[in-house]
Design a binder for this molecule. Structure first.
Ligand code: NAD
Length: 325
């Protein structure tokens, strides 16, 4: 297949593109390098530097390539920032997605995979969270993903576009070659590892009084390599119909457990300071991924927190200054 990956120079897109190319697929990465890195583009992928807000650039990439599928990773991604800049999210994330979808439909593309999010579930009634949970986006960021999910549902109806919306919980870990390098970094595991590397003096823990077993927030960390595998399976299944899956490894780990495990894996001390809770952080978010397991046979290979952290640590040790180092 010939596949367009928007945001393929970013964290998750780089690992998905690596797996697609390993399977013999052809990949075109379209990325403005706002957060991504040229060095994160798999060398066998074709790279087009462009911005999704530029409709003519989007049209050109479709005119020049006959795509069988599109995977849409490119997005503004910060929940906190979206509370301060709602139009950057509800506006740009949605209009950029629309530019892409209009060209995809106009060029006869039949398969589309959207990076969606656990931030659709701000007040889950049941843990683990399955696909029947009520959708209450937790931020303008989550709302922008939900709006794109809704648009995709209509395009299936009106244009026969088959889509998968994959609602990731917390992507973590690295492949041998590609890892997580964001500026600013907001994700817990790379931040904790940067403390182990000596880049920061301590890790801030937001809230020590949550109703969890040790008082810190519990999250579901899914290895990025397992996440990438889910994209391959979803892509293969699209001809049988559109689908929506929650994607996590089904286990929760607290912030304290992440810090303790990271100390064990790195053999280094990781000081922490407990701060007040951040508004909008639910105590516990754990995915039920039963549906994708049952329907597509997806089985995470690395559900173990230690394995996830070790892969990230190895990548950080080999890239102490990220991709630019
Ligand atoms: N990382 C997670 O844990 C997580 C969890 C849930 C959902 N997601 C979603 O998964 C996707 C990928 O996440 P990630 O962590 O790899 O993010 P990332 O920031 O590493 O990658 C996104 C890529 O998109 C590019 N990009 C952004 N805006 C663009 C635009 N207008 N035009 C072209 N390129 C643009 C960036 O340069 C970057 O390379 C995002 O849509 C994110 O919302 C991520």
């Amino acid at each position: 297949m010939n596949i367009l990956l928007t945001g393929g120079a970013g964290y998750i897109g780089s690992v998905v593109s690596e797996q697609l190319i390993d399977r013999g697929e052809r990949v075109v990465v379209f990325d403005n390098l706002y957060q991504g890195h040229r060095a994160a583009v798999q060398p066998d992928a074709k790279f087009v530097q462009g911005d999704l807000s530029d409709r003519s650039a989007v049209k050109q990439v479709f005119d020049e390539n006959a795509f069988d599928a599109v995977m849409h990773f490119a997005s503004y991604t910060l929940v906190g920032e979206s509370m301060d800049k709602p139009f950057k999210y509800i506006g740009d994330n949605v209009t950029n997605g629309l530019n892409l979808l209009q060209e995809a439909v106009a060029h006869g593309v039949r398969r589309f995979i959207l990076s969606s999010t656990a931030n659709l579930f701000d007040r889950p009634a049941r843990i683990p969270i399955d696909e029947n949970e009520q959708i209450i986006p937790g931020s303008p960021y989550g709302e922008s993903k939900y709006l794109l999910e809704r648009i995709l549902a209509w395009l299936d109806h009106t244009s026969g576009l088959k889509y998968a919306a994959l609602r990731y919980f917390n992507a973590a870990g690295a492949s041998e070659r590609f890892g997580e390098d964001h500026t600013p970094e907001t994700h817990l595991i790379p931040l904790v590892l940067k403390v182990a590397l000596g880049n920061f003096p301590h890790i801030q823990v937001y809230g020590g009084d949550y109703p969890t077993h040790d008082g810190t927030c519990v999250r579901d960390y899914i290895h990025v390599v397992d996440l990438a595998q889910a994209h391959i399976l979803a892509l293969q299944a699209l001809d049988r119909g559109s689908r929506v899956y929650n994607l996590g490894n089904g286990q929760g780990f607290s912030v304290k457990e992440v810090i303790e495990t990271s100390q064990r894996v790195t053999g280094r001390s990781i000081p922490s300071i407990v701060r007040d809770r951040r508004p909008g952080d639910p105590a516990t978010l754990i995915a039920s991924s039963e549906q994708i397991r049952t329907e597509l046979g997806w089985i995470p290979k690395y559900p173990n927190l230690e394995d996830i952290i070790r892969s990230a640590w190895e990548w950080h040790l080999s890239h102490p200054n990220g991709y630019e180092g």
